[in-house]
Structure formats: C-alpha cells, structure tokens
Design a protein around this ligand. Sequence first.
Ligand code: AMP
Length: 444
Amino acid sequence: MVKKNTKDKIRSVKGMHDMFMERMLYHERIEREARRVAEYYGFSPIRTPHLEPEELFTTSLGETSEVIEKQMYTFSTRGGTRVAMRPEGTAGALRAYMENGLQSQAQPARLFYSGAFFRHENPQAGRTREFWQSGIESIGDAGPVHDALTIRVLISILEAVGLKDSVVHINNIGDKVCRAQYMKELTAYYRKRQQQLCPDCKKRLKDNPLRLLDCKVYECVELRKGAPQIIDHLSEDCKKRFREVIEFLDGMDINYRMDPYLVRGLDYYTNTVFEIFPGEEESEDEEKEGDEKKQKASISALGGGGRYDGLAKMLFRKDIPAVGGALGIDRVALEMKRKNIKPRSEPAPKVFLIQMGAKAKGLSFVLLEDLRKAGIVNAHDLAGDSLTAQLRKANDLEVPFSLIIGQKEAIDKQAILRDMKTGTQELVSFDKIPTTIKMKLRQL
Ligand code: AMP
C-alpha cells in the first residue's frame, strides 16, 4: 500500500530499469538475431518461469558461490513455499528438460531461451539487478562437438549484430577426478601465501579454493600468476576433449585465447568453460595494468558458458551430460552502442497520410488499415489539422510520397497522391490507393 505523501517518490527498484525507444530497439534486435541463429542451428525456444524453487539454485550453483551467498532474490510465497527469482537460465532449463520428459526425445535436446534474470549485485554500467540473457543449452549428449557448437552459435549471434571481433577465453577445468588432485595443489599453494590474500579470498581458501582464481583484487591477481594450472592435472580423457574442442574452434576460425585460470563463478561446470569478451579486451595491457582494468574486464564479458555434466546428478541423481552458454543482452547492447552500431530500426515509412477536417479524419482510419494490410509502411498525424504542419512532418521523415485528404477529397472518396521530391500530384480513388502506391514504390 502506498503511504500518504510518498507518491511522488515512487521509483523503479534500484538496479532495475524501464526499457523503451533506443534501448528497446537494441534489445529487440539482439534477441531477434539470437533466436534466428539459434533456430538455424536446431535450438528450439523455451520459456521457463521467472520464479523457481529456491533449492533448484542452492543445490546447483554451490552454497559458496557469490550468487547464492549474496545475490539471490528469495522469498516465501503466501503458501510458505521458498522460491527464488531466477539468477541464471541453465538450472531452470535442465529442470524443464527433466520435468517434461525431454530425455525420451532425440538427444541432445537443444533449447534456446531469452529473458530477464535477477541478481542483487552492486549496480554500475553493464551490471544491473534485473538483466537480460539469450542463451542455449544442449542437454543429453557428451560429445565435444556440442561444446564447440555452443561457442559457434554465441559468436555467430554477436557477428549478426555487428560485433565481429569478439574473443573467446577458454579453459578446461577437468572432471571431478582430475580436479580433486589439482585442488590439493592449489590449496597448498595459496595456504603458503595466505597472508597476502584479500579477506574474501581467505574465506574462499576454506570454502571453495577454485574460486580464488576468479578474484579481481590486484594482490590476488598477482598471486595467481604463480598458481598451479589445471591443465597440468587433466586426465587423458579431459585433455583429449580439450584438444578436440580447440581443433573445432581452429577449423571455424574463431578467435580464442587459452586462459589457464578461467574457472567461472558457478559450481556446476566441468571440463570446457569459456567467456566471450569484446575485441580490445584481448590486449596485453590488461595483464599489466592490474586492478582497475581487471575490474573493468569483469564487467565487460559479453557472455559465457561451459559444460555441466554433473548438474543433473546434483539435482536429479541422473547422469545427463550437457553444455550451454548465454550472452548478456544489456552488455551486448552497450558494446554495440560503443562501436556506433545502430539497432536497425523499423523500416522507414514510405508514405505520410495527411488529413484535414472531420470527415477526412474518419476516413483516414479506414485508409490506414488498407495500407497496413497491403504492407505499406506509413506515418501519420491523426491529431493534426494544418496542412503545412503535416507536410513539414512528411518532409522531416523523408517519405517519398504523401497522401492528402481534405473535405472535398473525402466526399469524392479520393486522395491526392503527392510525389514529395518532384511536387507532382494526382488524384487516386480510395480503392486504388494501395496498388498505385505499390506500383510507384517499385519504380523508385
Ligand atoms: P554469467 O553466467 O554470470 O557469466 O553471465 C553471462 C553473461 O550475462 C555475462 O557475461 C554478462 O554479459 C551477463 N550478466 C551477468 N550478470 C549480469 C548483470 N548483473 N548485469 C548485466 N549483465 C549481466
């Protein structure tokens, strides 16, 4: 309930934004291209609820992950059920796959989703509390070809919106077996250097040492440079998978960079993990200039993903291999803007409908429908009355033609079709207007 005198202070919730005009156009363009590319590669759209049982995420993302520890929006419903506003798309997609019997259909199930996600993070440019992702999941097949396909699709989406120089950072974090040995070495390395770690990392050392590699604090980034690398501990099988994925990327000419310390924030990943950055992020300065740039890099990832063969086991005690990835639509939009890529807007109007007088206004409604059904993109100002003002609008929009209906034309069921460039005019009867305009447009 709104308290007295607070009405003028009602604002959108911190970190959540209205979307309209240009921002809307960017989002729509990215989502449209994402769906087009994903469908081309056999992914079919799925929509899962924004609210999920809380345990879907607490069980899957890892109790010590940032998302679970600090960022989830959770609450009890009136009926007392604990729910969470989805912080990511993978767990929900896997739940939907299990719940709807998709495992009995052709494998892998290829799913595409696009929508809003929620994390209680510190808002800044490129980081909001409601944000948008388009993502894909291939569930039910362990082949490395699906890892490569995931990356292919995300890169193709970026290319389709004009971001052609993105770089994939890729690593393989092994499976449960090879990771166990690595974790021992990693823990030993950091334990010896405990005093130099930031407070968060001191905690990570106890709870989840792998996440030490993810820290953006300068001292920790420096320490990481000497840390053991998982690649030296991979089993033959994991190494082979890594090689195969890389070979696929080579074959596709995808710009990638091996990143031996990339681990990603969530617990459920196994083997392939990757993140995608805008082109310039590849520069060597990034390594040298430390803290500030690292921080910037951490909010400039356009997307990421990886294989999560263990997730179905954690959630449903089933062995179901899967891989997926997602693009952050808000970040992709920011990057497009930064690179001066316009969100292709609606097609430009070809005709402006000018009307004067009550009868003409009434008939304009009929004519606008005729034009819409004929697929002729038009503009109008139904509230306007003056010929000059409406003609000025037509000129501003640079339409090739305008249709003018005054009192006399309305009575005769005719309109004046004006060629805006030459100024020539002719009378056309209402029923011939769509075909006449189409013919004239073809002649342009
Ligand atoms: P993640 O799975 O957390 O790496 O998220 C995948 C992508 O979603 C990231 O690379 C970002 O582009 C985007 N993303 C994640 N969190 C946010 C956020 N809070 N605000 C805006 N975009 C985000």
